[in-house]
Write a protein that binds this ligand. Structure first.
Ligand SMILES: O=C(O)CCC(=O)C(=O)O
Ligand SMILES: [Fe+2]
Length: 479
């Protein structure tokens, strides 16, 4: 039984350390104002701090702090071996799909109505010679020969062109949706081809993106609680671990199971979107009063915490990395590490430059806060940028994880309404006040454009994907 954690260059390896200081505690929700729910944010104390928490009567779990900002904890024996095996086999039974992004969902909607004489399903099928529902590079080349400028492009330039301009999910194949989207971006395509005939003249950003590869390369499936956790063992343990009110855990997203093979990774990103006034959370968007300008604001993904489980050991690579954990400053685009300037999000190149990286360990949970806790309101504060994280390239073997995201709306009343509606399945909302999104606090977020980090479309507890109707707007912005 070994766990390996590297924090700021210092590797802690070996059995989970015999605790220097064993603090036995039960984490319980703090209720000051009776009836008013509060969130909990567990004090990390300091890196290396170990607690033993009694989650089930007489059953203690070790919880170790590996970063303070954001607070990141490891719980080595959180899941049982049987639970790991069961979740994996259920995931395989259900079938994993290539990880899709919000952007790609937006294309589903935008292109479905597009009936182009050439870029349509029939043409796609004709060129999909191997019939695998995707055009590989050779098939795509044939299908696109008629586009001006493609004919005299080198193979390498064509590959780059597909990767950068056409292949939205960066899986290096064209799906029929990506193919049918082409006429919508024809202007952009012609411009791009005109400016990139010559590889020497390439924009360094484009070249960097090529080297970085796809943002996310994995397969995934969503699973409902009654399926993977019939007797609610895991759910109750999660309630005990987080100290959050059961309603929050019970109404959070489904479990997302992810499988990576060698080369698979997820470049560093934020799991939660920054707070912007008038942009509702996707999980509660339907509860806001009707707003005629709603379509102008895309929904945010509001995830107070992430609890990630490792369902298997990985032979080599596949670490979960937090490039900026406990750093003094944060920048998503550049970071100075050991006198080198690096792009911290590129985990294929800079996994080991991350301030914190955790080696996958079967049964272990990694838990962290994507937001601060507001001590005045007892509720969710701003997003903590230092929670920027991702999954490094798997080098050897496989990586299996499951994400348990814990959703909280910044707006307390809306979150309460959401609990009521989800748990009582009624159309009659319990709170019927004139609720408007809380005004944005004065943060940089207000000035900066919406977060462009590609995120998965979350699934709600009932199993429907939480699609924002505003996706089309996002697509337009992209074009
Ligand atoms: O694979 C990992 O270790 C991290 C995955 C992750 O960050 C995510 O799925 O959001
Ligand atoms: Fe993530």
């Amino acid at each position: 039984e070994t766990i390996t954690v590297t924090t700021n260059g210092e590797t802690i390896e070996g059995s989970p350390q015999p605790a220097v200081e064993h603090v036995e505690e039960v984490i319980t929700p703090i209720v000051t104002d009776p009836g008013r729910m509060r969130l909990v944010q567990i004090d990390p104390v300091e890196v290396g701090h170990i607690r033993r928490i009694e989650i089930e009567p007489g059953h203690f779990y070790e919880m170790k702090t590996v970063a303070v900002n954001p607070p990141v904890f490891l719980i080595p024996d959180f899941l049982t071996l049987e639970e790991c095996e069961r979740i994996k086999s259920l995931a395989q039974e259900k079938g994993l799909e290539k990880s899709r992004t919000v952007l790609r969902h937006s294309v589903d909607q935008a292109v479905d109505t597009n009936l182009d004489p050439y870029f349509n399903k029939d043409t796609f099928t004709k060129f999909d010679e191997d019939g695998n529902q995707f055009l590989n590079i050779a098939e795509a080349r044939k299908a696109l020969t008629y586009v001006e400028g493609i004919g005299n492009m080198s193979d390498q330039a064509f590959t780059y062109f597909i990767d950068i301009v056409v292949d939205l999910d960066s899986d290096r194949f064209l799906s029929d949706l990506e193919f049918r989207r082409i006429p919508l971006i024809m202007t952009k395509i012609s411009e791009w081809i005109a400016n990139h005939q010559d590889l020497e003249k390439w924009d360094p950003d484009d070249l960097a993106r090529m080297k970085k590869g796809p943002d996310r390369l994995s397969h995934q499936v969503w699973m409902k609680r009654p399926v993977y956790d019939e007797s609610k063992n895991i759910t109750n343990r999660l309630i005990g671990l987080t100290g959050l009110h059961p309603d929050i855990i019970n109404t959070s997203e489904e479990l997302q199971v992810v499988h990576y093979t060698p080369g698979g990774h997820y470049h560093a990103h934020h799991d939660s979107t920054n707070f912007i006034a008038d942009r509702p959370c996707s999980h509660t968007a339907h509860l806001y009063p009707p707003d005629p300008t709603r379509h102008l604001h895309s929904a945010r993904i509001c995830r107070y915490m992430t609890v990630l489980y490792y369902l298997a050991d990985t032979e080599e690579g596949g670490e979960t990395a937090f490039p900026a954990a406990d750093n003094e400053t944060f920048s998503e685009s550049t970071m100075v590490k050991d006198n080198k300037t690096i792009e911290p999000s590129n985990l294929s190149m800079h996994c080991k430059d991350a301030n914190l990286y955790v080696r996958p360990k079967k049964r272990m949970a990694v838990m962290w806060y994507n937001h601060f806790f507001d001590h005045n309101t007892g509720w969710m504060g701003d997003r903590n940028l230092f929670a920027f994280h991702g999954g490094c390239d798997v080098i050897k073997g496989e990586k299996w994880i499951a994400n348990n995201w814990i959703n909280v709306d910044n707006n307390y009343e809306i979150q309460m309404k959401f609990h009521y509606e989800s748990l009582h399945k009624t159309d009659e909302p319990v709170i019927n006040t004139d609720i408007t999104p809380k005004a944005a606090e004065t943060t940089e977020d207000q000035k900066s454009p919406p977060d462009e980090t590609e995120q998965e479309t979350p699934h709600n507890a009932a199993g429907e994907s939480i699609k924002s109707e505003e996706n089309v707007v996002q697509l337009k912005q992209e074009l």
